[in-house]
Design a binder for this molecule. Structure first.
Ligand SMILES: Cc1ncc(COP(=O)(O)O)c(C=O)c1O
Length: 443
């Protein structure tokens, strides 16, 4: 595949037939942004059934780490499918499951061996983490951040707070979860300016919460994404997690780092939390772990993941095909893709910073490695959200052959496969700027 190419109305006739079938039979709860129909993928590109080709700067939302159908991943999957497709890891032992657990123990931050619970998805990794935290601490309460996203099953949904529509109609959720504002320095909840502030986003824990509302000795864990994903690609300042961890340690509260979107080399470190020099007690993974095969994990030190046989298990978690895809994904990340994420992430960031300078609608360009976002605002002085303009830009980019997505109130995110090359970055920037320029004229 050579470059983006859109030669029909979108969707084309074949794509429209699939959209119609889908609309009849598929749950309408999926939050699709626009009617993109995917027939096949190769490397950095996806093709629709009408032969239109799109440059993919979303990668199944940070999932297809090694690009679409990477030959090494396909080979590993094929080989495994011919040998053993499934047997229940809950009841039997097999090498692939033990091997990926050992590898995750090696690559997750923190000295000493860790243990791993393998899952099918992000939400299930979070369920494992919150159950483990409660089981080990024997404490009933939790802390989380506003605008955090942790999944949609009843347990993880109790922590998710990115959009009310995700929670509306589903109460009561798991009780005992208290949310506090995240360190979003562009929109500080306390009206402070980074550099001059006294980290009220951390001090609130002891000065307000633990003093008046939440007994810290009854809190099992705080869960946070190192970089908020669905909530708007928000990168907190360098001191943030170190300060948070200091407070948590004073009260024996566990720190769960939700690396489901930010982990697996995407930010230029194997786990994004390493940028803050903090070792979490529990790490949750999924999305990019197996290049698109369903696999998630909850990783914790041996003495923490110490619960009895039968306390937690599942049927499909750690499926052998997913495990070999994950082992191959990690090999590719270690053999160059993580370095590529640093290099190409900088190119993407620099290009978007230039677009920010040249365009009134674009502000708060931030990110690490290949997890980069920006805010679309009506006015940089007032920072008024511009969700309609945001959606118009994303849709226009798609019509020109570039896939990027919205998140948060009016953020646009870029999370391309880690195989991305300079020419893809340059094409992305060119199409994106064209879309911004056109939308600027229309609003
Ligand atoms: C940080 C984070 N946690 C959890 C989840 C939930 O993962 P899944 O959709 O696989 O359940 C997501 C999904 O977007 C996520 O980004």
């Amino acid at each position: 595949m050579k470059g983006p190419r859109v030669r029909t109305e979108l969707p084309g006739p074949k794509g429209q037939a699939i959209v119609d079938l889908d609309k009849t039979y598929i749950s309408p709860s999926y939050p699709r942004s626009y009617p993109m129909v995917v027939a096949k993928g190769e490397g950095m590109y996806m093709e629709d059934p009408d032969g239109n080709r799109f440059l993919d700067f979303i990668a199944g939302i940070a999932t297809v780490t090694t690009g679409h159908c990477h030959p090494a991943i396909v080979k590993a999957i094929k080989r495994q499918a011919e040998t053993l497709i499934h047997t229940c890891g809950t009841d039997f032992y097999y090498e692939q499951q033990a091997a990926i657990a050992k590898k995750l123990s090696d690559i997750c931050p923190g000295d000493g061996q860790k243990r791993v619970f393998l899952t099918n998805s992000g939400t299930e990794s979070v369920e494992a983490a919150i159950k483990l935290a409660r089981y080990k601490t024997k404490r009933p309460l939790y802390l989380a951040f506003y605008n955090g996203f942790h999944g949609r099953s009843m347990g993880s949904l109790s922590f998710t707070s990115t959009k009310t529509v995700q929670r509306k109609g589903f109460f009561p959720l798991v009780p005992g979860v208290t949310h506090i504002p995240f360190a979003n320095c562009y929109r500080c909840a306390y009206g402070q300016t980074y550099g001059k502030c006294d980290f009220e986003c951390v001090k609130i824990l002891e000065d307000v919460l633990f003093r008046g509302a939440v007994p810290p000795e009854e809190v099992a864990a705080l869960i946070s994404e190192p970089i908020q994903g669905e909530g708007g690609y928000v990168v907190p300042p360098a001191e943030f997690f170190g300060k948070i961890k200091e407070v948590l340690d004073r009260y024996g509260i566990l720190f769960i780092a939700d690396e489901i979107q930010s982990g697996m080399g995407r930010t230029g470190k194997m786990m994004a939390i390493e940028h803050w020099g903090v070792v979490p007690d529990i790490i949750t993974l999924a999305k990019g772990l197996a290049s698109g095969m369903p696999l998630g994990a909850c990783v914790a030190p041996r003495d923490l993941m110490d619960w009895p046989s039968g306390a937690h298990a599942n049927t499909f978690g750690g499926n052998p095909i997913s495990c070999v895809a994950a082992l191959e994904t990690i090999r590719l990340i270690e053999e160059g893709l993580m370095e590529n994420a640093v290099r190409q992430g900088q190119r993407l960031l620099d290009g978007l910073l230039q677009i920010q300078k040249d365009h009134q609608l674009i502000d708060r360009v931030n990110g690490k490695g290949l997890m980069v976002g920006l805010e679309v605002v009506k006015d940089k002085a007032t920072k008024e959200y511009a969700p309609q303009e945001r959606t118009a830009i994303v849709t226009r980019a798609w019509q020109k052959g570039l896939i990027c997505f919205g998140c948060g109130v009016s953020t646009i995110r870029f999370s391309p496969p880690l195989i991305v090359e300079s020419e893809h970055i340059d094409t992305c920037l060119q199409i994106f700027e064209e879309a911004v320029t056109e939308v600027e004229k229309e609003f």
